[in-house]
Write a protein of this length. Structure first.
Length: 299
């Protein structure tokens, strides 16, 4: 079982000291850490290779997690922007191949957040989905040969409009037509958009390549009311063998909180040591649930 964490946990503002991030979370006991690709694109993959190698020294795998900015939105009505997005994605994949980074999750097909401020009929949404899947499918050709996997994340309606549910994510993957393209489910987004947590996991099925674990209010796993029993039982049903990653945002008052619309105190202590104790509890919770439902052979 590979348990990881998104690099922005506990951060109030932007993070650039990635070795320090690796030092912290490897010491807590994580097996992999999700970093953003953009800081590692300027030198043809050398910086990415260095950070991946540093991760190996610390006993953790490095994966990428991202949502594109507006100038790279492959769901845009502007053809030039769509093409810029495809070129940006190709550049990321080239860096991943050279550096040995083998997973990218999130919303590389569109910008984040992508709250739509004008009407969108279902026929129009279908047209945009098909067009976006077409250009995305073209720009990711060859990831099978490179051994790279991409996990598309359905977002809640306030952060994205194109893919909101597991089934929509699967539909996108089928349209894009690449076996190494799959879905990433996030408990926070699922809590708002899915009729059934179990049903969403089953809908993703063999396309489920990655998970973001968080409570319905984005607290750490085990601190809220997310239906973890149904969730882990469903993971067992589909024989899920991928990674389990915590993506929890609990720090109000900074740029990160503004980005994720966090406007209240969620009870995360200021001291890093106390935060890390909470992370250890979350890891134990995930481990117990995995054992209870016999996931990963009950280990």
């Amino acid at each position: 079982m590979r348990k990881g964490i998104h690099f922005l946990f506990g951060a109030k503002d932007s993070v650039t000291d990635f070795p320090a991030v690796i030092d912290r979370f490897s010491a807590v006991g994580f097996d992999f850490i999700e970093l953003p690709p953009e800081p590692f694109l300027s030198d043809g993959g050398k910086a990415a290779a260095r950070i991946a190698a540093y991760g190996v020294q610390k006993g953790v795998e490095i994966t990428f997690s991202c949502g594109f900015s507006k100038e790279y939105d492959m769901a845009s009505e502007d053809r030039k922007i769509r093409e810029q997005g495809a070129s940006h994605m190709k550049r990321i994949l080239e860096v991943m191949e050279k550096s040995g980074i083998r997973l990218i999750g999130g919303t590389p097909y569109t910008c984040w957040p992508a709250k739509r401020d004008k009407p969108l009929g279902l026929d129009e949404k279908k047209r945009v989905l098909e067009r976006t899947a077409d250009i995305f499918g073209q720009c990711i050709r060859g990831i099978e040969t490179a051994g790279i996997e991409i996990a598309i994340e359905p977002l809640n309606r306030f952060e994205g409009f194109l893919i909101n549910t597991a089934q929509e994510g699967v539909d996108f993957c089928k349209l894009a037509g690449n076996p190494n393209l799959g879905v990433m489910l996030d408990g926070f987004h699922m809590s708002m958009e899915e009729d059934s947590i179990r049903g969403a996991v089953l809908a993703a099925g063999s396309r489920l390549k990655h998970l973001h674990l968080a409570e319905n209010n984005r607290k750490l796993p085990g601190m809220g009311e997310f239906p973890w029993n149904s969730f882990f039982a469903a993971l067992k049903e589909i024989d899920y063998k991928g990674r389990l990653s915590i993506e929890s945002f609990m720090v109000p008052g900074g740029l990160i909180a503004s980005d994720v619309a966090l406007w209240r105190d969620l009870g995360l202590p200021d001291k890093m040591e106390e935060q890390d104790n909470m992370l250890e509890d979350a890891l134990k919770f995930i481990g117990r649930m995995s054992v209870t439902y016999g996931l990963f052979g009950g280990k």
